[in-house]
Design a protein around this ligand. Structure first.
Ligand SMILES: [Zn+2]
Length: 292
């Protein structure tokens, strides 16, 4: 038995290393400028400013969480690429992603590209009306969205440091990453959260999703359109806000406790929610009951 586990562990390590090396060499093969920093960045020439800006946000978030969760050691690799240098082998252009320790962002997505790619074309006018009411420049929506997702990806890296073996449960893993991003931005740069908050409020009211249930999320994870996937995340944000507002608890620590005493992959989502709710007064279960 021990030998089988050892062989499996070695195999997983080889596969993980292979993925990492592949992405390292893929991104390494692009024509980029190297920007030194706590999180070194690679940028398509011409996009150094965006890279610089996001690099400093990521570095601030690392400092915040290194202090909060004593002893974690986060190593992120970061790239801002434009369409010519995009890793289409991994993801279509415009979809930012986190993979094998990399956080990769598109460099030249403006507001118009953003609403087209992320599924907001049908309610663009409402988005514009709402941003005018709140005196938010539409470009701030895009900027805020990408900052949020960059810290979200960092959230996955932090989770894998704090929870042995990482967090394999899809919904919980996405929730934790969102809570990490939300907490950092609301504490350290609340202005930078405004654009994304406006977007998720408007998206929730106006986007018409094809998949709407948790089961459909699991069945279609990684396969559904990015617009529908973004809608799921917009829905999660309402729970993220409630979780964050319960300031005497730490969500990541509650999830860690859950993972230490249970095999979460064998639990129903309702059981997971009930466990977390020991710390969260039933908010998880209540929210989940809105998803059928
Ligand atoms: Zn994620």
């Amino acid at each position: 038995m021990k030998i089988i586990i050892l062989v499996l562990a070695v195999l997983i390590a080889i596969i993980t290393n292979a993925q990492q090396t592949n992405l390292d060499s893929l991104i390494g093969s692009k024509e980029t400028t190297y920007i030194k920093g706590i999180v070194p960045a690679l940028a398509t020439p011409g996009y150094e400013d965006i890279a610089y800006q996001l690099q400093s946000v990521i570095a601030d978030a690392i400092a915040y969480y290194s202090e909060k969760y004593n002893g974690i050691d986060i190593h992120a690799k970061f790239a801002v690429l434009d369409s010519i240098n995009w890793t289409t082998e991994v993801f279509p252009y415009g979809y930012m992603y986190g993979s094998a320790g990399w956080i990769v962002m598109p460099g030249d997505i403006d507001f118009n590209d953003f609403i087209r790619i992320y599924g907001a074309s049908s309610f663009e006018s409402i988005l514009l009306e709402e941003s005018a009411k709140k005196v938010i420049n539409p470009n701030e929506i895009t900027e805020s969205f990408f900052q949020f997702v960059a810290i979200h990806e960092l959230g996955h890296l932090i989770t894998s440091q704090l929870i042995k073996g990482g967090l394999q449960e899809i919904f919980l893993s996405e929730m934790v990453a969102n809570v990490v991003a939300y907490e950092f931005l609301i504490n350290k740069n609340p202005d930078k959260l405004k654009g994304f908050k406006l977007f998720y409020d408007v998206d929730l009211k106006n986007y018409v999703p094809h998949f709407t249930t948790m089961n459909e999320l699991y069945e279609n994870y990684g396969k559904m359109g990015v617009d529908n996937y973004v809608w799921y995340h917009c829905s999660f944000m309402k729970l993220v806000e409630e979780i964050y507002n319960k300031k005497d608890k730490d969500f990541l620590m509650s999830v860690k406790k859950l993972c230490q005493s249970n095999n979460i992959m064998e639990m129903e989502l309702t059981e997971i929610a009930a466990y977390i709710d020991k710390d969260y007064d039933g908010i998880f279960t209540r929210w989940l009951s809105t998803f059928k």
